[in-house]
Design a protein around this ligand. Sequence first.
Ligand SMILES: Cc1cc2nc3c(=O)[nH]c(=O)nc-3n(C[C@H](O)[C@H](O)[C@H](O)COP(=O)(O)OP(=O)(O)OC[C@H]3O[C@@H](n4cnc5c(N)ncnc54)[C@H](O)[C@@H]3O)c2cc1C
Length: 364
Amino acid sequence: MRSDVAIVGAGVIGWSIAAHLLRIKPNLRVEVLDALPSFGMGSTGKAAGGVRAQFGTEINVDLSLYSIMRFEELQEKTDIGFRQYGYLFVATSDETDSYLDLITPMQRQRGVPVERLTRQQVAELAPYLNTQDVVSGSFSRADGYLDPYAVCQAFEREARALGALARYGKSIDALPGATTVVIAAGHWSASVGQFLDLELPVSPEKHQLAMTESAPGLPGRLPMVVDLATSFHFRKEGERLLIGYNDPLGDPNESTEAFDFGFLERMAEVGLHRLPLLENVGFDTKKCWAGFYAETPDHHAIIDRIGDVVVCTGFGGHGIMHSPAAGQAAAELVLYGHSSTFDLSPLRLARFAEEDLTHEPMVI
Ligand SMILES: Cc1cc2nc3c(=O)[nH]c(=O)nc-3n(C[C@H](O)[C@H](O)[C@H](O)COP(=O)(O)OP(=O)(O)OC[C@H]3O[C@@H](n4cnc5c(N)ncnc54)[C@H](O)[C@@H]3O)c2cc1C
Protein backbone atom coordinates (compact mmCIF):
# COMPACT_ATOMS: atom_id res chain seq x y z
CA MET A 1 0.00 0.00 0.00
CA ARG A 2 1.24 3.51 -0.82
CA SER A 3 2.70 5.36 2.21
CA ASP A 4 1.44 8.72 3.34
CA VAL A 5 4.96 9.83 4.26
CA ALA A 6 8.37 8.48 3.21
CA ILE A 7 11.27 9.81 5.27
CA VAL A 8 14.76 9.52 3.75
CA GLY A 9 17.27 9.13 6.59
CA ALA A 10 17.10 6.98 9.71
CA GLY A 11 19.18 9.26 11.90
CA VAL A 12 17.95 11.15 14.95
CA ILE A 13 16.12 13.67 12.74
CA GLY A 14 14.33 11.12 10.54
CA TRP A 15 13.14 9.03 13.49
CA SER A 16 12.15 12.09 15.50
CA ILE A 17 9.96 13.25 12.59
CA ALA A 18 8.39 9.78 12.33
CA ALA A 19 7.62 9.69 16.07
CA HIS A 20 6.17 13.22 16.09
CA LEU A 21 4.01 12.52 13.02
CA LEU A 22 2.54 9.40 14.60
CA ARG A 23 1.98 11.09 17.96
CA ILE A 24 -0.18 13.67 16.19
CA LYS A 25 -1.83 11.28 13.72
CA PRO A 26 -1.51 7.64 14.83
CA ASN A 27 -3.02 5.99 11.74
CA LEU A 28 -0.65 7.65 9.26
CA ARG A 29 1.39 5.25 7.05
CA VAL A 30 5.01 6.29 7.64
CA GLU A 31 8.13 4.66 6.18
CA VAL A 32 11.72 5.48 7.11
CA LEU A 33 14.27 4.59 4.46
CA ASP A 34 18.03 4.39 4.93
CA ALA A 35 20.88 3.20 2.73
CA LEU A 36 22.71 1.84 5.80
CA PRO A 37 21.75 -1.42 7.56
CA SER A 38 20.36 0.14 10.75
CA PHE A 39 19.41 3.45 12.38
CA GLY A 40 21.77 6.10 13.79
CA MET A 41 24.74 5.01 11.66
CA GLY A 42 25.37 8.43 10.07
CA SER A 43 26.41 11.54 12.04
CA THR A 44 24.01 10.63 14.85
CA GLY A 45 26.33 7.89 16.07
CA LYS A 46 29.36 10.25 15.94
CA ALA A 47 28.06 13.16 18.05
CA ALA A 48 29.37 14.38 21.40
CA GLY A 49 25.84 14.76 22.76
CA GLY A 50 26.13 18.38 23.91
CA VAL A 51 22.80 20.14 24.58
CA ARG A 52 22.70 23.91 25.05
CA ALA A 53 20.39 26.87 24.66
CA GLN A 54 23.27 29.36 24.65
CA PHE A 55 23.08 30.36 20.99
CA GLY A 56 23.41 33.69 19.21
CA THR A 57 20.10 33.70 17.29
CA GLU A 58 16.53 33.59 18.53
CA ILE A 59 15.50 30.63 16.40
CA ASN A 60 18.35 28.44 17.65
CA VAL A 61 17.60 29.42 21.26
CA ASP A 62 13.93 28.55 20.71
CA LEU A 63 14.70 25.17 19.11
CA SER A 64 16.94 24.36 22.09
CA LEU A 65 14.54 25.49 24.81
CA TYR A 66 11.75 23.39 23.34
CA SER A 67 14.07 20.40 22.95
CA ILE A 68 15.49 20.65 26.49
CA MET A 69 11.94 20.45 27.88
CA ARG A 70 11.28 17.36 25.78
CA PHE A 71 14.59 15.73 26.83
CA GLU A 72 13.68 16.32 30.49
CA GLU A 73 10.37 14.50 29.92
CA LEU A 74 12.00 11.72 27.94
CA GLN A 75 14.65 11.16 30.62
CA GLU A 76 11.81 10.54 33.10
CA LYS A 77 10.59 7.66 30.93
CA THR A 78 13.76 6.17 29.50
CA ASP A 79 17.44 6.68 30.26
CA ILE A 80 18.89 8.87 27.53
CA GLY A 81 21.81 9.83 29.77
CA PHE A 82 20.63 13.44 30.06
CA ARG A 83 22.92 15.20 32.53
CA GLN A 84 22.04 18.86 33.11
CA TYR A 85 25.41 19.84 34.52
CA GLY A 86 25.49 23.07 32.51
CA TYR A 87 27.58 24.57 29.71
CA LEU A 88 30.35 26.99 30.60
CA PHE A 89 31.60 29.30 27.83
CA VAL A 90 34.92 30.97 28.62
CA ALA A 91 35.90 34.29 27.01
CA THR A 92 39.57 35.31 26.87
CA SER A 93 39.38 38.48 24.80
CA ASP A 94 37.48 41.77 24.98
CA GLU A 95 35.81 40.81 21.73
CA THR A 96 34.32 37.53 22.98
CA ASP A 97 33.51 39.14 26.34
CA SER A 98 31.53 41.88 24.54
CA TYR A 99 29.83 39.28 22.39
CA LEU A 100 28.61 37.42 25.48
CA ASP A 101 27.36 40.77 26.82
CA LEU A 102 25.44 41.27 23.60
CA ILE A 103 23.69 37.90 23.36
CA THR A 104 22.96 36.91 26.96
CA PRO A 105 20.09 39.45 27.40
CA MET A 106 18.38 37.93 24.32
CA GLN A 107 18.91 34.41 25.71
CA ARG A 108 17.54 35.44 29.12
CA GLN A 109 14.55 37.19 27.59
CA ARG A 110 13.61 33.96 25.75
CA GLY A 111 13.89 31.93 28.97
CA VAL A 112 17.47 30.63 29.17
CA PRO A 113 18.70 30.67 32.82
CA VAL A 114 22.05 32.05 31.70
CA GLU A 115 24.44 33.80 34.08
CA ARG A 116 27.36 36.06 33.20
CA LEU A 117 30.41 35.22 35.29
CA THR A 118 33.47 37.25 36.21
CA ARG A 119 36.90 35.65 35.98
CA GLN A 120 36.75 35.02 39.73
CA GLN A 121 33.37 33.27 39.39
CA VAL A 122 34.68 31.13 36.52
CA ALA A 123 37.60 30.12 38.73
CA GLU A 124 35.25 29.22 41.60
CA LEU A 125 32.91 27.22 39.34
CA ALA A 126 35.71 25.44 37.49
CA PRO A 127 38.85 25.39 39.70
CA TYR A 128 40.48 22.83 37.38
CA LEU A 129 40.76 25.46 34.59
CA ASN A 130 43.64 27.82 34.04
CA THR A 131 41.81 31.15 34.34
CA GLN A 132 44.83 33.48 34.22
CA ASP A 133 43.87 34.84 30.80
CA VAL A 134 40.09 34.49 31.25
CA VAL A 135 38.08 37.72 30.99
CA SER A 136 34.62 36.32 31.77
CA GLY A 137 32.24 33.43 31.19
CA SER A 138 28.62 32.52 30.65
CA PHE A 139 26.90 29.55 32.23
CA SER A 140 23.46 27.95 31.95
CA ARG A 141 22.63 25.20 34.42
CA ALA A 142 19.82 23.83 32.18
CA ASP A 143 22.31 22.86 29.46
CA GLY A 144 24.27 19.62 29.54
CA TYR A 145 24.78 16.50 27.48
CA LEU A 146 23.17 13.15 26.69
CA ASP A 147 23.65 9.91 24.79
CA PRO A 148 22.88 10.65 21.09
CA TYR A 149 22.32 7.01 20.13
CA ALA A 150 19.88 6.52 23.04
CA VAL A 151 17.85 9.53 21.86
CA CYS A 152 17.68 8.17 18.30
CA GLN A 153 16.71 4.74 19.64
CA ALA A 154 13.97 6.24 21.83
CA PHE A 155 12.41 7.97 18.79
CA GLU A 156 12.83 4.84 16.66
CA ARG A 157 11.15 2.61 19.27
CA GLU A 158 8.29 5.02 19.78
CA ALA A 159 7.67 5.46 16.04
CA ARG A 160 7.85 1.72 15.33
CA ALA A 161 5.51 0.96 18.24
CA LEU A 162 3.08 3.41 16.61
CA GLY A 163 3.36 1.58 13.28
CA ALA A 164 6.23 3.21 11.34
CA LEU A 165 8.04 0.89 8.92
CA ALA A 166 11.83 0.85 8.67
CA ARG A 167 13.40 0.00 5.31
CA TYR A 168 17.14 -0.36 5.84
CA GLY A 169 19.73 -1.04 3.15
CA LYS A 170 17.54 0.86 0.65
CA SER A 171 18.77 3.91 -1.14
CA ILE A 172 16.80 6.79 -2.55
CA ASP A 173 16.34 4.83 -5.83
CA ALA A 174 14.02 2.52 -3.85
CA LEU A 175 11.93 5.48 -2.64
CA PRO A 176 8.39 4.16 -2.25
CA GLY A 177 5.47 6.04 -3.77
CA ALA A 178 4.30 8.40 -1.03
CA THR A 179 2.12 11.48 -0.74
CA THR A 180 4.91 13.41 1.00
CA VAL A 181 8.66 12.81 0.99
CA VAL A 182 10.83 14.13 3.82
CA ILE A 183 14.54 14.75 3.29
CA ALA A 184 16.33 14.02 6.58
CA ALA A 185 19.53 12.68 5.07
CA GLY A 186 22.05 14.71 7.09
CA HIS A 187 25.21 15.63 5.22
CA TRP A 188 24.10 13.58 2.20
CA SER A 189 20.98 15.74 1.78
CA ALA A 190 22.22 17.68 -1.28
CA SER A 191 22.34 14.49 -3.36
CA VAL A 192 18.92 13.38 -2.12
CA GLY A 193 17.63 16.88 -2.98
CA GLN A 194 19.09 16.56 -6.47
CA PHE A 195 17.18 13.32 -6.97
CA LEU A 196 14.00 15.24 -6.14
CA ASP A 197 14.99 18.31 -8.22
CA LEU A 198 15.78 20.49 -5.23
CA GLU A 199 19.02 22.38 -4.77
CA LEU A 200 20.02 22.16 -1.09
CA PRO A 201 23.12 24.09 0.05
CA VAL A 202 24.19 21.43 2.57
CA SER A 203 27.74 20.15 2.60
CA PRO A 204 29.75 17.77 4.77
CA GLU A 205 32.31 19.27 7.19
CA LYS A 206 34.72 16.96 8.97
CA HIS A 207 34.98 17.15 12.80
CA GLN A 208 36.93 14.99 15.26
CA LEU A 209 36.56 13.89 18.88
CA ALA A 210 39.08 12.30 21.22
CA MET A 211 38.55 10.26 24.39
CA THR A 212 41.12 10.39 27.17
CA GLU A 213 42.08 7.64 29.57
CA SER A 214 40.71 8.03 33.09
CA ALA A 215 41.12 11.65 34.27
CA PRO A 216 41.05 11.69 38.08
CA GLY A 217 40.56 14.87 40.09
CA LEU A 218 37.54 16.23 38.24
CA PRO A 219 34.15 16.76 39.91
CA GLY A 220 31.31 14.33 39.16
CA ARG A 221 29.03 17.09 37.88
CA LEU A 222 31.42 18.59 35.35
CA PRO A 223 29.74 20.99 32.90
CA MET A 224 30.57 21.02 29.19
CA VAL A 225 33.36 23.61 29.03
CA VAL A 226 33.96 25.60 25.83
CA ASP A 227 36.94 27.90 25.27
CA LEU A 228 35.50 30.44 22.83
CA ALA A 229 38.92 31.57 21.56
CA THR A 230 40.09 28.14 20.44
CA SER A 231 36.89 26.02 20.34
CA PHE A 232 38.60 23.49 22.67
CA HIS A 233 35.72 21.85 24.54
CA PHE A 234 35.25 18.88 26.80
CA ARG A 235 32.80 16.97 28.94
CA LYS A 236 32.97 13.90 31.13
CA GLU A 237 32.25 10.42 29.82
CA GLY A 238 32.35 8.25 32.94
CA GLU A 239 35.79 8.90 34.42
CA ARG A 240 37.18 9.97 31.05
CA LEU A 241 36.97 13.18 29.07
CA LEU A 242 35.49 13.51 25.59
CA ILE A 243 37.30 16.38 23.88
CA GLY A 244 36.54 18.31 20.70
CA TYR A 245 38.47 21.01 18.90
CA ASN A 246 38.10 22.71 15.50
CA ASP A 247 41.63 22.04 14.38
CA PRO A 248 42.71 24.90 12.09
CA LEU A 249 45.18 22.56 10.38
CA GLY A 250 42.56 19.84 9.79
CA ASP A 251 40.86 19.80 6.38
CA PRO A 252 37.08 20.26 6.87
CA ASN A 253 36.54 19.22 3.24
CA GLU A 254 38.37 15.94 3.59
CA SER A 255 35.98 13.20 2.56
CA THR A 256 37.23 10.18 4.55
CA GLU A 257 36.10 9.40 8.07
CA ALA A 258 39.63 8.31 9.02
CA PHE A 259 40.80 9.90 12.28
CA ASP A 260 43.80 12.21 11.79
CA PHE A 261 46.15 11.48 14.72
CA GLY A 262 47.96 14.80 14.21
CA PHE A 263 44.79 16.28 15.71
CA LEU A 264 45.71 14.90 19.14
CA GLU A 265 49.01 16.74 19.29
CA ARG A 266 47.60 20.04 18.05
CA MET A 267 44.57 19.84 20.32
CA ALA A 268 46.68 18.90 23.35
CA GLU A 269 48.79 22.02 22.86
CA VAL A 270 45.71 24.23 23.09
CA GLY A 271 44.00 22.05 25.69
CA LEU A 272 46.93 21.85 28.11
CA HIS A 273 46.85 25.60 28.46
CA ARG A 274 43.18 25.65 29.48
CA LEU A 275 43.11 22.33 31.36
CA PRO A 276 46.57 21.72 32.86
CA LEU A 277 45.65 18.32 34.32
CA LEU A 278 45.74 16.93 30.77
CA GLU A 279 49.51 16.81 31.25
CA ASN A 280 49.07 13.56 33.17
CA VAL A 281 46.26 12.03 31.12
CA GLY A 282 46.74 9.93 27.98
CA PHE A 283 44.38 9.45 25.05
CA ASP A 284 42.59 6.20 24.31
CA THR A 285 43.46 6.09 20.61
CA LYS A 286 40.88 3.34 19.98
CA LYS A 287 38.18 5.77 21.09
CA CYS A 288 38.96 8.74 18.89
CA TRP A 289 36.82 9.29 15.82
CA ALA A 290 35.81 11.60 13.01
CA GLY A 291 32.40 12.40 11.55
CA PHE A 292 30.67 15.00 9.45
CA TYR A 293 28.47 17.98 10.24
CA ALA A 294 25.79 18.79 7.64
CA GLU A 295 26.66 22.47 7.23
CA THR A 296 24.77 25.32 5.57
CA PRO A 297 26.32 28.70 4.69
CA ASP A 298 24.71 30.45 7.70
CA HIS A 299 25.02 27.58 10.24
CA HIS A 300 21.26 27.24 10.52
CA ALA A 301 19.18 24.23 9.58
CA ILE A 302 16.70 24.14 6.70
CA ILE A 303 13.17 23.23 7.81
CA ASP A 304 10.74 23.95 5.02
CA ARG A 305 8.08 22.50 2.74
CA ILE A 306 8.44 22.79 -1.02
CA GLY A 307 5.46 21.23 -2.78
CA ASP A 308 5.21 17.61 -1.66
CA VAL A 309 8.73 17.57 -0.21
CA VAL A 310 9.57 18.55 3.37
CA VAL A 311 13.23 19.37 4.01
CA CYS A 312 14.65 18.95 7.53
CA THR A 313 18.41 18.98 7.42
CA GLY A 314 21.60 21.04 7.77
CA PHE A 315 21.86 20.93 11.55
CA GLY A 316 25.63 21.32 11.71
CA GLY A 317 26.78 20.42 15.23
CA HIS A 318 23.27 20.82 16.70
CA GLY A 319 21.14 18.02 15.25
CA ILE A 320 20.95 15.90 18.38
CA MET A 321 20.10 18.80 20.67
CA HIS A 322 17.49 20.15 18.21
CA SER A 323 15.96 16.80 17.27
CA PRO A 324 12.74 17.06 19.33
CA ALA A 325 12.00 20.57 17.97
CA ALA A 326 12.91 19.53 14.43
CA GLY A 327 10.61 16.50 14.67
CA GLN A 328 7.70 18.62 15.86
CA ALA A 329 8.28 21.36 13.26
CA ALA A 330 8.67 18.97 10.31
CA ALA A 331 5.64 16.91 11.39
CA GLU A 332 3.55 20.10 11.40
CA LEU A 333 4.83 20.99 7.91
CA VAL A 334 3.88 17.53 6.63
CA LEU A 335 0.41 17.57 8.18
CA TYR A 336 -0.63 21.24 7.98
CA GLY A 337 1.80 22.92 5.59
CA HIS A 338 3.00 25.30 8.31
CA SER A 339 4.29 25.16 11.88
CA SER A 340 2.28 26.62 14.73
CA THR A 341 4.99 25.83 17.31
CA PHE A 342 7.88 27.75 15.69
CA ASP A 343 8.38 30.70 13.37
CA LEU A 344 10.35 28.80 10.74
CA SER A 345 10.93 31.78 8.43
CA PRO A 346 14.68 32.06 9.31
CA LEU A 347 15.03 28.39 8.29
CA ARG A 348 13.24 28.56 4.92
CA LEU A 349 15.11 27.29 1.87
CA ALA A 350 14.48 30.47 -0.16
CA ARG A 351 16.70 32.51 2.20
CA PHE A 352 19.78 31.39 0.25
CA ALA A 353 18.45 32.57 -3.13
CA GLU A 354 17.19 35.78 -1.50
CA GLU A 355 20.54 36.29 0.25
CA ASP A 356 18.61 36.91 3.46
CA LEU A 357 20.85 35.00 5.86
CA THR A 358 21.28 35.36 9.61
CA HIS A 359 24.56 33.81 10.69
CA GLU A 360 24.84 31.78 13.89
CA PRO A 361 28.15 32.74 15.48
CA MET A 362 27.99 30.41 18.51
CA VAL A 363 29.19 27.34 16.60
CA ILE A 364 31.83 24.89 17.78
C1 LIG B 1 32.14 14.89 15.72
C2 LIG B 1 30.71 15.36 15.85
C3 LIG B 1 30.26 15.90 17.05
C4 LIG B 1 28.94 16.34 17.18
N1 LIG B 1 28.51 16.82 18.38
C5 LIG B 1 27.21 17.18 18.53
C6 LIG B 1 26.74 17.63 19.79
O1 LIG B 1 27.49 17.71 20.76
N2 LIG B 1 25.42 17.98 19.89
C7 LIG B 1 24.56 17.91 18.82
O2 LIG B 1 23.39 18.26 18.97
N3 LIG B 1 25.00 17.50 17.62
C8 LIG B 1 26.29 17.15 17.44
N4 LIG B 1 26.75 16.72 16.22
C9 LIG B 1 25.84 16.84 15.06
C10 LIG B 1 24.85 15.70 15.00
O3 LIG B 1 25.55 14.47 14.98
C11 LIG B 1 24.01 15.84 13.72
O4 LIG B 1 23.51 17.15 13.59
C12 LIG B 1 22.84 14.87 13.73
O5 LIG B 1 23.25 13.57 13.98
C13 LIG B 1 22.11 14.95 12.40
O6 LIG B 1 21.18 13.90 12.35
P1 LIG B 1 20.53 13.52 10.97
O7 LIG B 1 19.49 12.52 11.26
O8 LIG B 1 20.14 14.77 10.25
O9 LIG B 1 21.73 12.92 10.10
P2 LIG B 1 22.42 11.49 10.14
O10 LIG B 1 22.52 10.94 11.49
O11 LIG B 1 23.69 11.63 9.37
O12 LIG B 1 21.41 10.58 9.35
C14 LIG B 1 21.19 10.72 7.95
C15 LIG B 1 20.87 9.36 7.40
O13 LIG B 1 20.50 9.49 6.01
C16 LIG B 1 20.92 8.34 5.35
N5 LIG B 1 21.01 8.60 3.92
C17 LIG B 1 21.82 9.49 3.31
N6 LIG B 1 21.64 9.46 1.97
C18 LIG B 1 20.70 8.50 1.73
C19 LIG B 1 20.12 7.98 0.55
N7 LIG B 1 20.44 8.46 -0.67
N8 LIG B 1 19.19 7.00 0.64
C20 LIG B 1 18.85 6.51 1.88
N9 LIG B 1 19.39 6.96 3.03
C21 LIG B 1 20.30 7.96 2.97
C22 LIG B 1 22.26 8.04 5.96
O14 LIG B 1 22.63 6.68 5.76
C23 LIG B 1 22.05 8.40 7.44
O15 LIG B 1 21.72 7.28 8.23
C24 LIG B 1 28.04 16.25 16.06
C25 LIG B 1 28.49 15.70 14.87
C26 LIG B 1 29.81 15.24 14.75
C27 LIG B 1 30.26 14.64 13.45
